[in-house]
Design a protein around this ligand. Structure first.
Ligand code: URA
Length: 217
């Protein structure tokens, strides 16, 4: 396309495909269409159960298998992990610095999970969460929020955490004797899981959403 004169940089056809330009300070059009340059890519995925939050499979399917080939080539990785059977909001990006900051417990970025548990959740469980649970293996959890939505033989609740240790929600509820039957992340910082995304589908974050993530950290 460059050789055919279709690629214009600031209105000048650039015929050498190897030409280097600063994409942040020039206007590039291809066939008259303005190219929107994005240094980093941010994707919100509605993760289905059955996919590993990893970039390489050890035989199983990873969340990257849910993205088209051209996106997979951009070096995207999941921002934190959801368990294989956990569903919902998973961000993928190639912007390492911001991804790292969002995961740091020091930055206080809330992650909100919807869960269904076996056993009856009661106020005493909420108090234990807010005081900071100590798990069976001695792990001290930071204070977390448990909001009961439905209390019965099976219960439903929202859990808000600022850290993300291995299997944390499951281990915290297990420690209260209410094992998790189902887990879905519905929020991360300022981002809510987009209800228009069906399971397994994704969309790009908007510029505003990315700016909000930056502002968080
Ligand atoms: N806590 C868990 O136990 N599992 C997840 O996937 C996320 C948080």
């Amino acid at each position: 396309m460059a050789r055919q004169g279709m690629v214009m940089v600031d209105g000048v056809a650039i015929r050498a495909a190897e030409a280097k330009v600063d994409p942040e300070s020039v206007k590039i059009t291809v066939g008259g269409e303005l190219m929107n340059y994005r240094r980093y890519t941010w994707v919100m995925l509605n993760k289905p159960s059955g996919y590993l939050s990893a970039t390489e499979d050890g035989g199983g399917e990873t969340v990257l298998d849910l993205l088209p080939q051209d996106l997979r080539r951009q070096g995207l990785f999941p921002v934190g992990r959801l368990d294989k059977d956990t569903e919902g909001l998973l961000l993928l990006t190639n912007e390492g610095g911001l991804a790292h900051a969002l995961l740091s417990p020091k930055r206080h970025v809330d992650k909100v999970y919807y869960t269904r548990t076996a056993g009856q959740l009661v106020e005493e469980d909420c108090r234990a969460f807010s005081e900071g649970l100590v798990l069976g293996d001695g792990l001290h959890c930071q204070p977390a929020k448990l909001e009961i939505l439905l209390s019965g033989e099976e219960s439903e609740a929202l859990v808000t955490l600022r850290e993300g240790k291995f299997h944390q929600v499951k281990r915290m509820l297990e420690a209260r004797g209410k094992p998790v039957l189902y887990l879905e992340r519905i929020q991360m910082g300022t981002l809510l899981l987009d209800q228009s995304l069906s399971r397994g589908s994704f969309r790009f974050l908007t510029e505003e959403e990315i700016a909000e993530l930056h502002a968080l950290v």
